[in-house]
Design a protein around this ligand. Structure first.
Ligand code: SF4
Length: 325
């Protein structure tokens, strides 16, 4: 009599994914995207949005399909229309221009960016020279600088410090963009402190909780995995910083991808554990796409690495409660 051998379990590859938590959408991005969706629902298309509402291709394309029209400048918005200002914030001059064009505005600036704007206004009123650490040309930096252009000087890294001039070395404060690398910013602050020993620090962190938490998590991934993948768009400051932070923390390789199809199979050579996370503007559906792509290649064992808990939420802009059309 012959017996049928029992089915053998599939050979274990040992390949796995370490998934960061927290990752992805922060409270400010969630608020900004819901603001545009709610405006479309409430007032109907078109709803104009000045600049990308958040720096993510997928989010922008989805909103375009629903009737959002993205413009670079307020001047492109037809008079009398509704325009949403993005999460990165705008200078007061943009509000003035919108009022001149009789636009109904909805301000989706993240409250944590607004906090930095208020600090800039307060210290400018006290006649401080404000050294704003940030990346030249980034929308957030342009918006914050516009609050007090005569008092703010941009500092784009430690190399800028030697050339700075201030009016009174005892009345100088540093502020920063919300989405910078924490470690690089501290290197710039240390250089500033050496140059200006009386330098005042902001009353609380300008780099926001979401940026800090995602960087802490990606450092852990860098130590435990052979490849770190960050889901996010190239123009997303906090996503780009996460890749840099991973590399600085010793990740053998780290890449930024918008979508799963951008991953190169060659990156997986000799990789047993992949670290996966996403920037503050990337929705989790894109992470799910990457998880599926990895599972198809044997990386189907997924473990979550939790480094912080997040519970912050922001109320939608009050303008949505008004009849704008
Ligand atoms: Fe606000 Fe930070 Fe999110 Fe930017 S990354 S929208 S500052 S919470």
């Amino acid at each position: 009599m012959t017996t049928t051998p029992p089915p053998q379990p599939a050979p274990r590859t040992g390949r796995r994914v370490l998934l960061a938590s927290p990752r992805g959408w922060c409270a400010g991005v969630d608020r900004a995207v819901h603001t545009v969706e709610k405006a479309l629902e409430q007032y109907g298309p078109p709803i104009y949005v000045r600049h990308e509402i958040v720096h993510n291709k997928h989010v922008v394309q989805n909103l375009q399909k629903k009737g959002a029209v993205f413009v670079d400048e307020t001047a492109e918005v037809p008079e009398g229309s509704i325009v949403v200002f993005s999460a990165h914030g705008v200078a007061p001059a943009v509000h003035t221009e919108a009022a001149e064009r009789r636009l109904a505005t909805i301000d989706a600036t993240c409250p944590l960016v607004t906090k930095v704007h208020r600090e800039a206004v307060r210290y400018a009123q006290q006649d401080y020279d404000i050294l704003l650490i940030g990346h030249e040309g980034h929308e957030e930096v342009i918006g914050t600088s516009g609050e007090a252009p005569d008092h703010i000087t941009l500092v784009d890294g430690p190399d800028d410090v030697a050339n700075l001039n201030v009016r009174d070395e005892t009345k100088v404060i540093w502020l920063s963009q919300t989405t910078l690398s924490v470690d690089e910013t501290m290197a710039t602050v240390n250089a500033l402190k050496t140059r200006f020993p009386h330098l005042t620090s902001p009353p609380s962190d300008d780099i926001c909780y979401a940026t800090q938490n995602r960087q802490t998590a990606v450092k852990e991934l860098a130590e435990r995995t052979e490849l770190v993948l960050v889901v996010g768009s190239k123009n997303s400051s906090n996503s780009a910083r996460m890749v840099e932070v991973a590399r600085a923390a010793g990740a053998p390789a780290a890449h930024l991808v918008d979508f799963a199809h951008e991953i190169d199979d060659a990156w997986l050579e000799n990789v047993t554990t992949v670290g996966l996370t996403s920037g503050a503007s990337a929705p989790d559906t894109l992470v799910d796409g990457v998880l599926q792509w990895l599972a198809e290649r044997g990386y189907d064992d997924v473990e979550t690495l939790t480094t912080a808990e997040e519970s912050i939420t922001f109320a939608l802009p009050h303008e949505l409660r008004r009849n704008l059309r």
